[in-house]
Structures are given as structure tokens and as C-alpha cells.
Design a protein around this ligand. Sequence first.
Ligand code: FAD
Length: 397
Amino acid sequence: MLDYSFSQDQEMMRESVREFAKREISPRIPSMIKNRRIPDEIFSGLARMNLLGMTVPEKYGGIGADAVTTGIAAEEIARADPTASIPVLFLVDNAWSYLVSKYGTEELKSSLLPNVAKGKSIVGIASTEPNFGSDIGSMTTTATIKGNEIVITGEKAFISLIRDIKERSGGFVTVTKTDMSRGTGGVSLVYVPYNEGKFDINYTEEMGREGSSWGSFRINNLSVPASNMLGTLNKGFNIVHEGFEFARGLISVISAASALNSLENGMNYMKERKAFGQSIAKYQGLQFDLAGHVAKMEAAMTMAYKALWTYDQEQKYGKFTRFQVSKAIAVAKLISTTWAFDAINDALQWQGAYGYSKDCPEEWALRGIRSFQLAEGSREIMKLIIARESLGKEYIK
Ligand SMILES: Cc1cc2nc3c(=O)[nH]c(=O)nc-3n(C[C@H](O)[C@H](O)[C@H](O)COP(=O)(O)OP(=O)(O)OC[C@H]3O[C@@H](n4cnc5c(N)ncnc54)[C@H](O)[C@@H]3O)c2cc1C
């Protein structure tokens, strides 16, 4: 049976998030851009709406939302914030706290997740290092188990939400090596809470996402409880991909939503703007470009929800293999992020010189959405996954 509809509960949730986002997020975007930080009112509003940590199970105070339901909220938030800053907060926190819910020890979950569900603690991901990003098996951050503690040393780079986690509380699902003699088979995941005085942080200025924060941290012989390990020793490579896949699925929805929003803005502008005696919307050259983008972005949105649905089916019922999930997610992320960039670029073009100005939401969106061709797995890595699942593993190193 094929059914493209959302449940009544999901539709109601969409309505309330849309209404909240219109009222509480959209009007605050210009001041967020100016101040380069997410306003406190948005943090508290997201928490009040149960949108931070919405994947946290009910047992720990969350609502245990699945991937499709989380995607619906992501779509509405993306429409309200073209810079992609709040969508990034939403997607990172939800995808990575889901991983803690699934693989964390009872001790970790009961101490961390109730605060995540209240929006008091944020969960980030610290995988990338100065010298390795895509190549997770080569990473050099080490974790050594010493009795009841894990001691971690290393440097992580290009980490989203770093200032927000430092200032508000929370920590990072951190990719470490627990066996340096092995590649991906020596990777373990450890939740590392931010620790004032033990984290040496450097902020990095970025191209877009004005409200978000980004940077690197160095830690040296930092001890965390052994109960902060997610899953089993040396099995972190497979586990971390469940987090990446959730995040990539949400990015696919966010990119499509942002592009559809920009296309709507572009259309509204086209209808009003006159050149050579008539509305520019009457020129077929622009109409055909618009039609091509609408077709692509609607297809991308469908593929994004298909990817999240596939993820849910595997997580809940084991209905698909992990490789089938990886491929569905990679297809969605590849097309959605690349097509969205092109669509937003044309929506900016239709608005002429105003489109290029700092006042135009498409200028913000173009820079923000560009991040998604790299973050949580690059465009090329998405192609590698699709090629691996299409050609067979023997053709891919
Ligand atoms: C805005 C933003 C936010 C981010 N947030 C986070 C975060 O919160 N946490 C975190 O851990 N990381 C984060 N990252 C880092 C991101 O995950 C990495 O940029 C990404 O994984 C690629 O790693 P890299 O930059 O080291 O590039 P590399 O892996 O060094 O690759 C460089 C280039 O080569 C390509 N490439 C690599 N291998 C192959 C191959 N086998 N075949 C073909 N091409 C290949 C890559 O696609 C890329 O274009 C963020 C990045 C950005 C841009």
C-alpha cells in the first residue's frame, strides 16, 4: 500500500509549528542577522513548543517524535528562517539526542535527556578534525578507558552550535579512536559535556547561518564517566551513521522547504515587477526556469520524506537494511541540497539588484543553504554512497 498522507496528529502539529514560526521566528530574523546569535525568545519558544529534543522518549520528558514527524517541524521552521540558523539548531539537537536516546546508557540518558527535552541542554556532533572530515577512520582524537572513566584528547573543528552549547549547557556526541591500529573498526562514540576551563575553543567565521555558531575545540586528557560511551567499544562507526542519516534526512526537508519558500518570494516579486510594459511573470523565459525549479523542489521534498520514512521503518520495524536507508537518505540529500541552491540562486536573480542586497531573504538563504552541501556529509560522499549501493561495494574503496 502506498499512502502519501500525514496523520491528523501530524497535520495538527504542522499547523501549530507553522503558526508559532510565523509569529515568533520570522519577525526576529533581521535582528538575529544583525546580532549574529539566535535570540533567547526563540530558544524559549522552541522549548515551550517541545521542538528542542522532540525525539527524546516520553520516559525522559520528551515526545518521542519519529523522523517523519521531526521532518514536518523542520519544514515549517525552515520556511520561517531563510538563514538556516534555527533549522540547524533544530536538526542537530534532534538527530543527535535521538542517538543518545537509542545508544546511551541508562545513567547518561537519565541525567542528560530530561534537560534536552526541556530545551535546557543542547546535543551537538563533534566528528570533523582539522585534518580529517569525510575520512572518519583516520581520525586522531583518542579515548582511553581507565577504570570508570574515559580520558579524551584531541581537536575537533568546524563544529556547529559550539557557542550555544558553551553558553547554555549540553555537549557533543564525539567521534573518537579507541584503537589506533584499526581504521573504522577502532572508532567509538563518547558523549562529552562542555566543561568550562577544559575546552579550548576557537570560533570560526562562516559564510552564512548568521544566528548559529561554529568553531573548533581542543581537549587534553579530559575525563568523562565510562557510562558516557554510546553503544559498544569500537562499534562507533556504524552507530554514528545512524545519527548522520537522521540529520541528512532533516537537511533534505529543510533544503527543499527553503527553496520552495524562495520560489514563492520570487514569484510574488515577478508578478509585481514590470519591465518593457508588462509584469515580468509574463515572460516565458522566467516561467520556464520557475517551472523547472518547482518541479525539482517538489520532487526533492517527496524524496526527503521518503528517506525519513525509510529511516523510521528501519528503526521501528527493521523493514529495510541499513544500506537501503543510507542510499535513500543520500539520494534525498544530494538532490535536495544541490537543486535548492540553484533554485534559490534563480529566485534571487528574478528580484534583480534587490535580490543581491542584504535586505533580500534569498541573499541570506543562498549563503545558508550552501552549508548543506558539506555539513553532515558532503555532496561527494552522498554520491559515493549511491554509487556503492548501485554498483556494489567491490567498486568502492
Ligand atoms: C556549515 C558547516 C557546519 C558543520 N558542522 C559540523 C558539526 O557540527 N560537526 C562536525 O563534526 N562537522 C561539521 N562540519 C564539517 C563537515 O561534516 C565536513 O566539512 C564534511 O564532513 C567534509 O569534511 P572536510 O571538510 O574535512 O572535507 P574532506 O573530507 O577533507 O574533503 C575535502 C573535499 O574532498 C571531497 N572528498 C573527500 N573524499 C572523497 C572521495 N573519496 N571521493 C570524492 N571526493 C571526496 C569532499 O567531498 C570535499 O569536497 C560542518 C561543516 C560545515 C560547512
